[in-house]
Design a binder for this molecule. Structure first.
Ligand code: NAD
Ligand code: TYD
Length: 335
């Protein structure tokens, strides 16, 4: 495995994964295919752009000709490309079905045709749905709640079917909520850090008691690398940070780290279908030898500092009317 296609490599986790792989494997060539949607940003790849083992193609994973052109020259595929924001999926699910389902199908077809050595699908703990106690195992049924998680679950099922039917050498990872540098400022942590830096309200959904398990993005990248190299073909691996926190805890922590007042917290109408708690059992990937290294208190402090140090990165994104401001108005102003 020398040439690896990383789809969605201009997004949050994908760009961190590119950086991780270039540092870790000096002989690998990394090929990024990304449609550069509102969430894709070449600034995320600025520091690797000139790297001799890095190449970028702009293109859509749902475009069979484009995908075939790229896939015929690689040994493995790691598919990060997706529409990823639950709130956007509630306002309109079409792009989610198009990319997360049809795009996955297009990649699988090319992987089959060109006899790819490994196809790794990046999925999410959200496919299992909400769990009030305990933690989901990989064998548990999928009960997605949002159009986002339903489209991701559909992608997972297609991937599994290509393993069973065509012997395609697939792997799936399902990670919990990532946080860290380069996350588009619509998700909870970067939205709240940047709003607080701008002295703007932090729109907290419902009672703020919803729980997510948070993993620092570099820990997830290491886990994906582990699964790519050591995972058993056909298997699913949960990836979690072991850091369950309520949203109100995270909100107060961000304000405390930035020395901003709690009066910025603004309760807003709850998200429809809002999953109460996500939790995954990670014993399977831990048996491979991976475990998370960054605990939440350390990771959130590093993340807050990164956004403080990179105002030009997030201010440019928040200034875009069509991409950020129109969505923000639609999502929050009716509250
Ligand atoms: P992101 O929204 O930051 O980035 C997605 C990237 O995919 C962008 O660069 C975008 O331009 C690209 N893209 C979108 N549609 C495309 C298409 N049709 N063709 C080609 N490229 C396209 O997402 P992220 O947070 O980095 O998530 C990456 C993956 O990890 C996704 O599959 C997501 O479901 C999964 N995941 C994310 C989290 C999280 O907390 N962020 C948790 C678990 C799983
Ligand atoms: P998010 O970052 O959108 O991730 P996901 O919904 O995929 O887990 O949201 C994380 C949690 O934060 C979720 O419970 C919803 C909540 N949230 C808010 O309270 N306000 C917000 O503005 C956002 C974006 C999220």
């Amino acid at each position: 495995m020398q040439k690896i296609l990383i789809t969605g490599g201009a997004g949050f986790i994908g760009s961190n994964f590119v950086r991780h792989m270039l540092n870790e494997y000096k002989s690998y060539r990394l090929i990024v295919l990304d449609a550069l949607t509102y969430a894709g940003n070449l600034e995320n790849l600025a520091d690797v752009w000139q790297h001799p083992n890095f190449i970028f193609y702009k293109g859509n994973i749902g475009d069979p000709d484009c995908v075939a052109n790229v896939v015929q020259n690689v040994d493995a595929i790691v598919n990060f490309a997706a529409e990823t924001h639950v709130d956007r999926s509630i306002h309109g699910a079409g792009n989610f079905v198009q990319t997360d389902v049809y795009g996955t199908f297009t990649l699988l077809e090319a992987a089959k045709k060109y006899k790819i050595e490994r196809y790794l699908q990046i999925s999410t703990d959200e496919v299992y749905g909400s769990i009030l106690e305990g933690a989901f195992q990989e064998t548990d049924p999928l009960r997605p709640s949002s159009p986002y998680s339903a489209s991701k679950a559909s992608g997972d099922m297609l991937v599994h079917s290509y393993y069973v039917t065509y012997d395609l050498p697939v792997l799936i990872t399902r990670s919990s909520n990532n946080y860290g540098p380069y996350q588009y400022p619509e998700k909870l942590i970067p939205l709240f850090i940047t709003n607080a830096l701008e002295n703007k309200p932090l729109p907290l959904y419902g009672d703020g008691q919803n729980v997510r398990d948070w993993i620092y993005v570099e820990d997830n990248c290491k886990a994906v690398d582990y699964v790519l190299h050591h995972g058993t073909i056909g298997e699913v691996y949960n990836i979690g940070g072991g850091n369950e926190r309520t949203n109100i805890y995270i909100t107060k922590k961000i304000l405390q780290l930035l020395d901003k007042p709690e009066s910025l917290i603004t309760p807003v109408k709850d998200r429809p279908g809002h999953d109460r708690r996500y939790a995954v059992d990670c014993s399977k990937i831990q048996a491979l030898g991976w475990k998370p290294q960054v605990d939440f208190e350390e990771g959130i402090a590093k993340t807050v500092h990164w956004y403080q140090d990179h105002p030009q990165w997030w201010m440019a994104l928040k200034a875009k009317k069509a991409d950020f401001q129109a969505f923000y108005r639609k999502n929050y102003e009716s509250s």
